[in-house]
Design a protein around this ligand. Structure first.
Ligand SMILES: Nc1ncnc2c1ncn2[C@@H]1O[C@H](COP(=O)(O)OP(=O)(O)OP(=O)(O)O)[C@@H](O)[C@H]1O
Ligand SMILES: [Mg+2]
Length: 466
């Protein structure tokens, strides 16, 4: 393997992409930025694929990349020098195009900030990474940036109470930053299943589920249970405005009606334990949907962690989705953030209420964007979410994924992401990510920075190990 050292060289046969050859262990790295000494002047490029080859007994690295900011008519070139781009050039590249959200730093380039374009959140986003990869922490950091640097209202469905402190900074934050954050986060509101620490109660009304939602909760089939279903439809339609605010009111009315079919529905409510769900608003309490409408919060965190039953979290999601969809014509932009999205929007729904939630998510994934309803869904694996929802996501924020099968599924579902970068997700450490899509000027390999706000639901301590 002796012989003269191979120089890193590049060539381009089309003036928009390049190929390169470089020594093993050189500075040309997968996902990294490079400068190419091409005519008529230096060009910036990004490496998108890399493999090692053996040529005349010597191992070297070859691959391809994308030329950035090339002018029309860029000539082809051959055998030009290629080297790692200096930090200032990378920072300038990422700083252009209004990429104002600073998530952290680039992975392996600690002096350059990883930046996202806020306006890219006018598309749906999928945040994916296995358990413990740092999704929730990074999501919190991202929400902080959105609060700090945009005016986009945030509606957060938070099944683990991880984001309940989004409104206040932690003790170690620089006072100037803390003051700016406090100002920006003044309208952050938290609703909790079990209200505490100043959080108001998170409640919904039966009527907010819509007739299909109420029927689904009661496991009524429009054909098999046609009499009960029909009686329910009519009763809901004729209910007074605040009627069935509480399920108690409904069961009382059904019981007192003397109607045999309504009595069957009353029994169904009792038998299924629907009346014992903690999510129901008492008559005068405000519901989550009413808080969203009346207060127009900067961010509304719906902490559903203390609901004992999954159907309560799903019922909350259904009430919220029904409302957002009903109001869509107002075209008030918002980002609907759903951590552990598979909990309320599973790929394989197994009861009518879950199926309804999936239908509503699918509709918003397909048509919400034009009304300003944008989704940010976090989950551990692509297969956990419905295909029709995932396929509408134009942004991928990818954290560590150990499973080769999952990486392959991601590469095939997110065709706009260079597959070799998806493959790198198998090597990511805690907090490392690949950011791609409308939100990212280029595919970025990033490392999430320190949060300003305290984490909510903490991981179980591991002091038992010592
Ligand atoms: N960038 C980071 N810097 C420091 N600590 C981090 C970072 N990211 C995550 N952590 C810590 O690592 C642990 C796991 O992170 P996190 O809860 O965000 O994982 P997750 O991907 O959401 O997992 P799950 O899918 O199980 O919810 C947490 O204790 C969190 O505080
Ligand atoms: Mg999490």
């Amino acid at each position: 393997m002796d012989g003269p050292t191979v120089a890193a060289v590049a060539w381009s046969t089309d003036g928009t992409t390049f190929n390169y050859r470089s020594p093993v262990g050189g500075e040309v790295r997968l996902g990294g930025y490079v400068v190419l000494d091409a005519p008529p002047g230096e060009l910036l490029g990004q490496v998108l694929s890399q493999r090692s080859v053996e040529e005349r007994g010597r191992r070297l690295v070859t691959g391809t990349g994308q030329l950035l900011d090339v002018r029309p008519g860029q000539p082809t070139f051959d055998e030009v020098a290629v080297s790692a781009a200096p930090d200032q050039l990378i920072a300038a590249r990422l700083g252009q195009r209004g990429a104002s959200l600073e998530l952290g730093t680039l992975r392996g380039v600690p002096d350059v900030a990883a930046r996202l374009e806020a306006k890219g959140f006018n598309r749906h986003t999928f945040l994916c990474g296995q358990s413990g990869s740092g999704k929730t922490y990074s999501l919190g950091r991202l929400l902080e940036e959105l609060v700090l640097r945009t005016r986009l209202p945030l509606f957060v469905l938070d099944p683990n109470g991880d984001h309940v402190h989004l409104g206040r900074t932690g003790p170690d934050v620089d006072p100037t930053v803390a003051a700016a954050y406090a100002e920006a986060a003044r309208g952050v509101q938290v609703l909790g299943a079990e209200p505490r620490d100043g959080a108001a109660p998170l409640r919904i009304r039966l009527s907010e589920l819509g007739p299909a939602g109420v029927a689904a909760l009661m496991q009524l089939d429009p054909i098999a249970d046609r009499r009960e279903y029909n009686a329910l439809l009519h009763t809901l339609r004729n209910a007074p405005d605040e009627g069935f605010a509480s399920v108690e009111a409904a069961t009382e009315a059904f019981g007192a009606s003397g109607d045999e079919v309504l009595e069957l529905i009353r029994m169904r409510i009792e038998n299924l334990g629907v009346d014992r769900m903690a999510a129901w608003a008492k008559r005068s309490a405000r519901t989550i949907v009413e808080v969203w409408e009346q207060d127009a919060p900067r961010a509304l965190i719906a902490d559903t962690s203390s609901f004992e039953e999954r159907r309560e979290r799903i019922a909350v999601a259904v009430a919220v989705l029904e409302h957002l969809w009903a109001q869509r014509k107002r075209r008030r932009p918002l980002l609907l953030v759903v951590d552990e999205a598979h909990d309320v929007c599973p790929a394989l729904p197994d009861d009518p209420l879950q199926r309804l939630a999936v239908e509503l998510f699918t509709r918003i994934a397909g048509e919400g964007r034009k009304y300003g309803i944008h989704l940010l869904l976090a989950s551990q694996r692509p297969d956990k979410l419905p295909e029709n929802v995932l396929s509408q996501c134009d942004n991928l924020l990818l954290m560590r994924v150990n499973s080769a099968g999952d990486r392959a599924a991601l590469a095939s579902r997110f065709g706009f992401v260079p597959p070799e970068l998806v493959e790198l997700a198998g090597t990511f450490g805690l907090g490392e990510s690949l950011l791609v899509g409308k939100v990212s000027p280029d595919p970025q390999l990033a490392r999430t920075g320190t949060r300003l706000t305290p984490e909510g639901g903490a991981d179980v301590p591991t002091d038992w190990a010592s």
